[in-house]
Design a protein around this ligand. Structure first.
Ligand SMILES: [Zn+2]
Length: 164
C-alpha cells in the first residue's frame, strides 16, 4: 500500500467515537514496510479490546475502529475472513466494527473474524513450502494478496455502506 502519514490516519476513521481519532495510539510508522502491506492494523496496548485498521480505498484513506469480542473461540482451528489463513483458534478473534454514519450511531455494526494481531499481510507472506508440483511461491503469495485485497474492500464496503 501507499504509505500513510499520521494526520492521514487520524483523519481516516469512519466509525470512531468522538475524540477517539485524537486519542488513538499509532504504531511506529517508520518501521512499517508499506510495500508489503494491504492494510495497516494494530491493537491498542492501553485498551486491549480496541483495534484499528487503515487502508486505501482509491485515493481515500479509510480507517476502521474495531472492537474485539471477549468471547474466545473454542479450541480448534479458525479462519481469518480477511486473509483466509487457517490457524489455531486463539489467533483469530471476532471483531465488530460500528457502521459509518447514522447507522453506526444507531448501534448497527458489522462483525467478522480477523487475525487477532491484525497482521494478515505478514501472515500471507510466509512462503509456503515449495515442491516440484506446487506453483511458484511468488504466484501463491500474489494470489493471497489479491484475495486479501478483495475481502478487505468488501468488509470496508459493508462498514461504509450506509454512510451518507
Ligand atoms: Zn488474517
Amino acid at each position: 500500500m501507499k504509505p500513510m502519514t499520521e494526520p492521514e490516519i487520524r483523519a481516516s476513521l469512519v466509525n470512531a467515537l468522538p475524540g477517539e481519532a485524537e486519542r488513538m495510539p499509532l504504531p511506529g510508522l517508520h518501521e512499517v514496510v508499506w510495500a508489503e502491506r494491504e492494510y495497516l492494523g494494530w491493537r491498542d496496548p492501553g485498551a486491549p479490546l480496541r483495534g484499528y485498521l487503515v487502508y486505501w480505498r482509491g485515493d481515500d484513506a479509510v480507517g476502521i475502529a474495531l472492537r474485539a469480542s471477549e468471547v474466545r473461540l473454542r479450541p480448534g482451528s479458525a479462519i481469518c475472513s480477511l486473509c483466509n489463513t487457517p490457524q489455531p483458534a486463539g489467533q483469530v478473534t471476532m471483531f465488530s466494527a460500528a457502521r459509518a454514519g447514522d447507522a453506526g450511531r444507531a448501534g448497527n455494526s458489522v462483525g467478522t473474524y480477523i487475525c487477532a494481531d491484525l497482521a494478515c499481510s505478514l501472515l500471507i507472506r510466509i512462503a509456503p513450502p515449495s515442491y516440484d508440483w506446487m506453483p511458484d511461491t511468488s504466484d501463491v503469495i500474489a494470489a493471497r494478496v489479491a484475495g486479501l485485497e478483495t475481502r478487505l474492500h468488501s468488509f470496508g464496503g459493508r462498514v461504509l455502506e450506509s454512510a451518507g
